[in-house]
Design a protein around this ligand. Structure first.
Ligand code: FEO
Length: 174
């Protein structure tokens, strides 16, 4: 059973994860529009990962007899000044998500909800990866320059990213 406060905080996080998916899908559309298929692929994979994150919260809440209430998803930006600006925005966004996850851990501790605190550890670790992967692309774009051969090479590298679906229910690590 979840306390009302914990339930509300987890519902807000489902919304934040769905917003993240919407944001990265918008970035995919931007990269499609400027003919960078590798960056578009990277964002498609990121969108799929965010949907997995949202569903992890969704399933956890139901498992704990919580009440999932889906809220409106805020509008997302649709244009960025450059590929670098888009990935900088992605990194910035991930730092905000990390802060949200840490706040959720604080709420779980305040509510003495050990099960939720334990569940959230997967996300604490995941956010290290999320910040590192977006920051990694920012660094590569800075090194490569924003036009010509360097950008083409980074785009080819981003095309390699593949979505790995989570293990089937019952075999999940977290
Ligand atoms: Fe769901 Fe990118 O964190």
């Amino acid at each position: 059973m979840l306390t009302d406060k914990m339930n509300e905080a987890l519902n807000e996080q489902i919304n934040a994860e769905l917003y993240s998916a919407y944001l990265y899908l918008s970035m995919e559309a931007y990269f499609q529009s400027i003919d960078l298929p590798g960056a578009a692929n990277w964002m498609r994979v990121q969108t799929q990962e965010e949907l997995v994150h949202a569903m992890k919260f969704y399933d956890f809440m139901n498992e704990r007899s919580g009440r999932v209430l889906l809220k409106p998803i805020e509008a997302v930006p649709t244009e960025w000044d450059s590929p670098l600006a888009a990935f900088e925005a992605a990194y910035e966004h991930e730092t905000k998500v990390t802060a949200r996850i840490h706040k959720l851990v604080d709420v779980a501790r305040e509510e003495h909800d050990h099960a939720t605190e334990s569940f959230l550890q997967w996300f604490v670790n995941e956010q290290v990866e999320e910040e590192s992967s977006t920051d990694g692309v920012v660094k590569r774009l800075n090194l490569a320059g924003e036009t010509g051969g360097g950008l083409f090479m980074v785009d080819q590298e981003l095309a390699q990213r593949v979505f790995t679906p989570p293990p089937a229910q019952g075999q999940q690590q977290a």
